[in-house]
Design a protein around this ligand. Sequence first.
Ligand SMILES: Nc1ncnc2c1ncn2[C@@H]1O[C@H](COP(=O)(O)OP(=O)(O)OP(=O)(O)O)[C@@H](O)[C@H]1O
Ligand SMILES: CC(C)(CO)[C@@H](O)C(=O)NCCC(=O)O
Length: 316
Amino acid sequence: MTLVSGSGTVGPLFDRFSVADWAAGWGGLTPPLEPADVERLRGLNEPLTLTDVERVYMPLVELLVTHMGARWDLRRRRAELSRRVERHGPFIVGMAGSVAVGKSTSARVLAALLRAEGRRVALVPTDGFLLPNAVLAERGLMNRKGFPGTYDLKALIGFLTDIRLGRAAQAPVYSHQTYDVVPGATVTVEESEVVILEGLNVLQVGPLPAEGEHRPFVSDFFDFSIYVDAEEEALRSWYLERFLALRATAFQDPQAYFHRYAAVSEAEARDTATRIWETINLVNLRENVLPTRARADVVLRKGPDHGVYEVWLRRV
Ligand SMILES: Nc1ncnc2c1ncn2[C@@H]1O[C@H](COP(=O)(O)OP(=O)(O)OP(=O)(O)O)[C@@H](O)[C@H]1O
Ligand SMILES: CC(C)(CO)[C@@H](O)C(=O)NCCC(=O)O
């Protein structure tokens, strides 16, 4: 059975909400954020507004908190029945979607709203688990960054295992500026109530292991997952606009991997960004990212103006 087909057809396992219905249904709470907070949370080329926060993200937080409450009740009941206190860690949320769709902004907004509710939240991009450029180059994968096989999956699964068991865990750090993993840099995640893991690859599955082996997928650790979605044309223009905007800012730094594009003409920079988009990120989107959309609990559908216009909610 096709659950989700084409570029925007929702299947029978999801309920579709217009943003107006989504906002109305979940209560119209006032966001605990000021316009200056929204400004700070917004990514480059992400016209996030307080209205988006109110209509899209406040209801989403309400839904997440409801799932968290249900999960704690389940754990409590299981502990009563089994007479064992299960060792457990934080509520883990996966956030997936294409390059340039705005995952990191969505993740930051969710984290800020949950923190405003007094929750301890850690935000971890899977970029840190990419293999270093030296290893990618050796394996001929420099033009496949973000594809399956370009991450240290063993380290990512190890990290999630520690988190799930409530242990302190360290995540490596990626720099978009140098376009590489930062040698020796880590962030420690401990004593969080919620961990948001954000990345292209978080809902991907791999080949099933040989008999007897145990090899979990990243999503096996999730309590909830969100896919941020937009049409290819919108994504392409957002990627190009961001690349052009970065020319005037981040690329000016002589240490920046893309520094050479700070000086070229706009037309040349546009050609380069189009080539990178079409040969790497678009291929990855089609082959590896979009096919995971139907695995999410919630799909946020963004229109060409970046605003979320529709929400798909997996039925329970
Ligand atoms: N080449 C770059 N140099 C400096 N900053 C960059 C570069 N590419 C992306 N960024 C910034 O880093 C942040 C995270 O980028 P990342 O690549 O994780 O986003 P993404 O995967 O494209 O998707 P999303 O926009 O959905 O987070 C973005 O806010 C972006 O503006
Ligand atoms: C690091 C990833 C894979 C994901 O965030 C992405 O931003 C990236 O670098 N993609 C490779 C092609 C490019 O430079 O856009």
